[in-house]
Design a protein around this ligand. Structure first.
Ligand code: HSE
Length: 321
């Protein structure tokens, strides 16, 4: 016989591209095809435990429930729901951490959402985002929402304000393809944030505002040419260039091979190029890959589309499932 205490949940949360060029800490989009997964059940006590972590880079992730972003987000979700029971979690990593593709956000969102599902969808969207941000803070030292929000809601999400939370979500056109290069190096987000300038020239702020605004309009209108032209960041990318060897050569290669736009994904080292055709995206990923091959770097390439659904999860109500 089914008892609520036997319920389990299983959630999958996608990788994301944050910043998208000019939208530092403001916007990001979800990617289809790379994701982390969390399974949850009631632990039988007030303790929350991490039963297992497996998959990509599992060995480097913290086992301590107070330091692992998935369990931190789950614990905050329990608190926000007023739930005193603890959960037992299993985390499966689907892509590299420290890659610039929102690995900690995918785990955080999956942890928070797994609790939400286990509780029969008890949390509001805002509380889910809040709980996920707690996971992001413990992983990267800052609760920036630009990976977490699209991992949760899918599509492109622009977070207008973090206090109070206020976000706008738009679908990403199906015709957009992303050529992604993932060098086998880690860039620690904390470190990549520490080197940023404290003040920037007004002219640079104006240029980034122009591009950020036109980028969002371009996505909403499905205008990939305008999106490509808007993928320019004259503040964060130049400051981080020393952490991203090969960046300029990769940009030239991508644009010559037919990409509409190019930038760093999050804090890197992943780079992405916007394309309007899968064949072109493949060619672009090969051209950028050639730059890294000549440099003697190891890397993976992906051609992905956006994920307009965001985190997906369900609850099993039978013990034998
Ligand atoms: N906006 C954040 C940054 C994203 O660039 O530091 C980190 O993935």
């Amino acid at each position: 016989m089914y008892k609520p205490a036997d319920a389990r949940s299983h959630v999958r949360a996608p990788a994301t591209i944050a910043n998208l060029g000019p939208g530092f800490d403001c916007m990001g989009l979800a990617l289809n095809g790379l994701a982390d997964e969390v399974q949850a059940r009631w632990s039988g006590s007030q303790e929350t435990v991490l039963e297992s972590i497996d998959g990509v880079d599992a060995e480097v992730l913290p086992r301590d429930v107070k330091r692992n972003c998935a369990s931190v987000a789950a614990i905050e979700a329990l608190r926000l729901a007023g739930e005193e029971r603890g959960v037992a979690l299993r985390l499966r990593k689907g892509f590299r951490s420290g890659s610039g593709l929102g690995s900690s956000s995918a785990s955080s969102v999956a942890g928070a959402m797994a609790v939400h599902r286990l509780l029969g969808d008890a949390l509001s969207e805002e509380d889910l985002l809040r709980a996920s941000l707690c996971g992001e803070r413990v992983a990267s030292g800052s609760a920036h929402p630009d990976n977490v929000a699209p991992a949760l809601f899918g599509g492109l999400v622009l977070v207008r304000s973090t206090d109070p939370l206020d976000w706008i979500r738009v679908d990403v056109p199906e015709s957009a393809y992303f050529a992604i290069i993932l060098p086998h190096r880690q860039v620690r987000t904390e470190e990549a944030r520490r080197i940023l300038p404290e003040t920037v020239p007004l002219t640079s702020v104006i240029e980034n505002c122009r591009n950020a605004a036109s980028l969002v309009l371009a996505v909403a209108r499905g205008d990939l040419q305008l999106w490509g032209r808007s993928t320019r960041d004259c503040i964060i990318e130049p400051a981080r260039a020393p952490l991203l060897p090969g960046l300029e050569e990769a940009r030239q290669a991508a644009l010559q091979a037919g990409a509409l736009g190019f930038s760093v994904s999050g804090s890197g080292p992943a780079l992405f190029a916007l394309c309007d055709d899968p064949e072109v995206a493949l060619r672009v990923s090969k051209s950028i890959g050639e730059i890294f091959r000549l440099r003697g770097d190891q890397f993976d390439t992906h051609v992905l589309r956006a994920d307009n659904h965001g985190a997906l999860g369900f609850r099993y109500d039978r013990e034998d499932n």
